[in-house]
Design a protein around this ligand. Structure first.
Ligand code: FE2
Length: 215
């Protein structure tokens, strides 16, 4: 405890030994690294189970509640409907943590990511509806789904889904839905996403971004 500090006119704390003060970005990076360490501790104990995903969701909600770490001045708004800002993307095919901004009215049809996902809100509201596939998957391009649940992701709340859970999303209200999203794989290495069209009882898959050997 030798460092002497003084409060500068601007209100920031300057270390007189010449060490730069911690910035919001530093604190955010540290908090994100801690989150991923906690996530790995959870999954090392029990793998990706419903209870592990629940525990991860609670950790992500706690991080999203620290709004001071995520000032909007640090994150550009979307040009179109939505934007993902990488916060921490792990090496070696690890997880991806993002700050997501979805504009009012943005919606996505039912889909499954092929990889688990956890969301937590910083501000705004997004409705997630969950579906279960009801056909026998035997007919290419054909699929039927039925709604099985709904969650409003808003401050203090989040949602978790397993590898092949199906959800649809819709930003509700007049303000952007801003939150944290943690995926089992980084978005740039995402597997094929299956989209379901209820009205046509059909499904189509987007191309996988995984290495061919991993697809
Ligand atoms: Fe999704």
């Amino acid at each position: 405890m030798t460092a002497l500090s003084s409060l500068l006119p601007g209100g920031s704390v300057q270390d007189l030994n010449g060490v730069s003060p911690m910035t919001v970005a530093d604190n955010r990076a540290r908090a994100c690294a801690k989150l991923l360490a906690d996530v790995h501790a959870i999954t090392a104990r029990e793998g990706i189970t419903p209870s592990a995903l629940h525990a991860i969701k609670l950790k992500l909600v706690a991080l999203a509640n620290k709004k001071d770490l995520f000032p909007m001045a640090d994150f550009e708004m979307p040009v179109a409907q939505g934007r993902n800002h990488p916060l921490l993307v792990e090496e070696n095919d690890g997880h991806g943590l993002y700050l997501t901004i979805n504009m009012p009215g943005k919606e996505a049809a039912p889909h499954d990511h092929g990889i688990w996902c956890v969301n937590a809100a910083i501000s705004g509201r997004e409705r997630h509806e969950f579906f279960r596939r009801t056909d026998d998957t035997g007919k290419p391009g054909h699929a039927t789904v039925v709604k099985v649940g709904e969650v409003i992701v808003e401050p203090g709340n989040g949602m978790a889904m397993a590898d092949h859970d199906i959800h649809s999303t819709e930003v509700v209200g007049g303000e952007p839905a801003i939150g944290l999203a943690l995926y089992g794989y980084a978005l740039a290495r995402f597997p094929s996403v299956a989209w379901y069209h209820e009205e046509f009882s059909s499904t189509r898959a987007s191309p996988s971004r995984r290495h061919p050997a991993m697809a």
